[in-house]
Design a protein around this ligand. Structure first.
Ligand code: NAP
Length: 295
């Protein structure tokens, strides 16, 4: 069945993974808007974009993702992460247009010893997390048919992410300090793209009983320091920069925004409901590092 998907956001990691995943797929027509073409701070620009694109499903990949800066710009974070999604949810409800929104593990405080499921209660620690949770609530109340996909620790060869940051640091330093008390599931952006497309298909075909909230996360866990070591070993293997990793505690960094130490989202429900498969970490890592080194 042919499917017209439109995304809010064009140059971000998920938006680019959606473009790469759908390229050459004759059944999917993709339209993407950058933040100038459809600005989450400007409801009229969102309405104009949706009217022109006439999609079957809208996916909001756009967000204010500056976790530390949000502490000093909480209003801007709210405008982009809550007011913008609310405007999208309202437009989509009026048009009966299936709408997929995206959110984050940062809605949780990370105090649980277990992976977070969709049934767990949020308790954000940061201004960023509060803005994303406000966005979730706004979307759900304005458009009960909308679905929010929470993701975490996204990595890929696209845009800026933990892989590109670690490789970038290793270009100028021999030793990197990386926290080893934050754990989460590194999730390959193209896997998230495939999950969002599967969800879009299900919504477009009128599948019933789709959960309003889904955690889209890979079924493995690591800590940031181990992840950095794997990235640097892979970089070295591919002829790129290398550095030693010195593990440190999150508390030693004094970052403006607190992070949940447990960022593990359980992707079990989405995996089962959408029939998802996951790119092994070693494979996604090799592709991501190759992409970063070729820039
Ligand atoms: N990356 C992660 O590890 C991670 C973790 C948890 C949750 N998430 C969530 O996943 C979703 C996708 O994130 P991502 O990592 O793909 O994003 P990203 O790489 O940080 O890129 C941000 C995207 O947001 C768009 N954007 C920024 N300000 C905007 C505005 N005012 N109006 C419209 N669009 C705007 C950008 O537009 P342009 O196309 O113009 O650049 C870009 O496409 C977000 O909801 C994010 O909160 C990501």
């Amino acid at each position: 069945m042919s499917l017209r998907i439109a995304t809010i956001g064009r140059n971000g990691q998920t938006a680019r993974a959606i473009a790469a995943t759908t390229a050459g797929n004759g059944e999917i027509t993709l339209t993407q808007a950058n933040s100038q073409q459809a600005d989450l701070r400007d409801a009229a620009s969102l309405a104009r974009y949706i009217d022109a694109a006439k999609p079957d499903v809208l996916i909001n990949t756009g967000a204010y993702n500056f976790v530390d800066r949000a502490e000093s710009e909480p209003d801007e974070a709210m405008r982009i992460n809550a007011d913008g999604p609310l405007a999208l949810a309202r437009i989509c409800a009026t048009l009966s247009l299936p709408f997929i929104h995206m959110s984050t593990d940062c809605v949780f405080d990370g105090n649980s010893p277990d992976p977070y499921t969709e049934r767990d209660s949020p308790n954000p620690l940061s201004a960023y997390g509060r803005s994303k949770l406000a966005g979730e609530h706004a979307v759900a109340s304005a458009n009960p048919a909308a679905i929010t996909a929470r993701v975490c620790w996204v990595y890929s060869e696209f845009a800026d992410n933990f892989v590109s940051k670690i490789v970038g640091f290793a270009r100028t330093r021999d030793q990197l300090q990386v926290v080893d008390d934050q754990v989460g599931p590194p999730t390959y952006a193209p896997d998230i793209a495939r999950a969002l497309i599967a969800l879009a298909r299900a919504m477009h075909s009128g599948e019933s009983n789709l959960p309003p909230l889904l955690h889209v996360a890979a079924p493995w866990t690591t800590d940031r320091a181990s992840m950095a070591r794997d990235i640097l070993q892979e970089s070295k293997r591919q002829g790129g920069p290398f550095a030693d990793v010195q593990p440190v505690a999150t508390a030693t960094f004094n970052a403006p925004a607190p992070r949940p130490l447990n960022a593990r989202l359980s992707g079990a429900l989405a995996t089962q409901r959408l029939g998802l498969t996951w790119t092994p970490w070693s494979e996604g890592l090799a592709r991501s590092v190759a992409g970063v080194l070729s820039r």
